[in-house]
Write a protein that binds this ligand. Structure first.
Ligand code: HEM
Length: 214
C-alpha cells in the first residue's frame, strides 16, 4: 500500500494519473454544482429548499465535502510539483520558442489559471459557504451579491478562467489515460469543447440573470 502511494506521488506517470483522476472528479463536482444552480431559475423558495435539503443530508454532506477538499488539495499539490519540475526541465533562451517537450500555450498557462481558480474558490467559499444563512437565506444573499455589476463581472471573468483551465485539462486527461488514437482525437476535442462551454456559460449566465431580474 505504502509503495503504491509512493509510486503515485513520485513517478511521472503516477503524478499524471493523480492529476487526471482528481481533475475528472473536480469536473464531476462542477457538473453537479451546475445542475444544483439551475434551481435558482425556479425562484428563491425552490433554491433555498434545495440548499436546506443538501445540508440536512448529514453525515454524508460533511463526508462529501471532506472528500472534495482532499481531492482538491491533491490536485493542487501535484500541480505545484509538476510546475516546478517543468520549470527545471524547460530549456532556456532561444530554445523556449521551440515549444519544448510538446508544451502548448494552454498547458503553460495551467498553473496560472489554477492559482486564479484557487483564489476564486477561497473568495467564493467566504462569500457563500462560510456565512450565516439563518437570518438571510442563501438565495437572497446570492441575489444581493449579483445585484452589483462588479461582482457579476468578477464571476464572469472567473468562469472564463475556469473554462480555459478545463479546456486544456480535459484534453490532457485523455492523453494521460492513453486515449489518443487519431480516430478519437476529433471526438475528444469536440467533447472537450462542449464540456468547456457548458460549464463556462452555464455558471457564467446565473450572475447575469440575477443582475437582470434584480
Ligand atoms: C455563478 C457561479 C456560481 C454560483 C452562483 C455558485 C453558488 C454557490 C453557492 C450558493 C454555494 C453554497 C451552497 C450552500 O452552502 O448552501 C456554493 C458552494 C460551493 N461552490 Fe459554488 N457557485 C458558482 C460557481 C462555482 C465554481 C466555478 C466553483 C469551483 C471552481 C465552485 C465551487 C464551490 C464549492 C467548492 C462550494 C462548497 C461545496 C459544498 O458546499 O459542498 N462554485 N456555490
Amino acid at each position: 500500500m505504502n509503495g503504491y502511494i509512493t509510486f503515485l506521488f513520485s513517478s511521472s506517470i503516477g503524478k499524471k494519473l493523480l492529476m487526471a483522476v482528481t481533475g475528472l472528479c473536480l469536473i464531476g463536482f462542477l457538473a453537479m454544482h451546475l445542475l444544483g444552480n439551475t434551481m435558482a431559475y425556479a425562484g428563491a423558495t425552490a433554491f433555498n429548499d434545495y440548499a436546506k435539503k443538501l445540508h440536512s443530508l448529514e453525515p454524508y454532506f460533511t463526508v462529501f465535502n471532506i472528500g472534495l477538499l482532499t481531492i482538491g488539495l491533491v490536485h493542487i499539490l501535484i500541480g505545484v510539483i509538476l510546475f516546478f519540475e517543468n520549470l527545471r526541465a524547460r530549456p532556456r533562451k532561444y530554445e523556449v520558442f521551440k515549444n519544448p517537450g510538446g508544451m502548448t500555450f494552454g498547458s503553460r498557462t495551467m498553473p496560472y489559471t489554477g492559482i486564479l481558480i484557487l483564489i476564486f474558490v477561497i473568495m467564493h467559499l467566504l462569500k457563500f459557504t462560510f456565512v450565516d444563512k439563518s437570518v438571510i437565506p442563501i438565495y437572497q444573499q446570492m441575489a444581493a451579491t449579483f445585484a452589483n455589476p462588479g461582482w457579476v463581472l468578477m464571476y464572469v471573468v472567473a468562469m472564463v478562467i475556469v473554462a480555459f483551465h478545463i479546456s486544456h485539462g480535459f484534453w490532457s486527461l485523455f492523453q494521460t489515460f492513453g486515449i489518443n488514437h487519431p480516430r478519437y482525437t476529433p471526438l475528444i476535442m469536440r467533447l472537450g469543447l462542449v464540456v468547456t462551454l457548458v460549464i463556462g456559460i452555464g455558471f457564467g449566465i446565473l450572475p447575469v440573470y440575477l443582475l437582470i431580474i434584480a
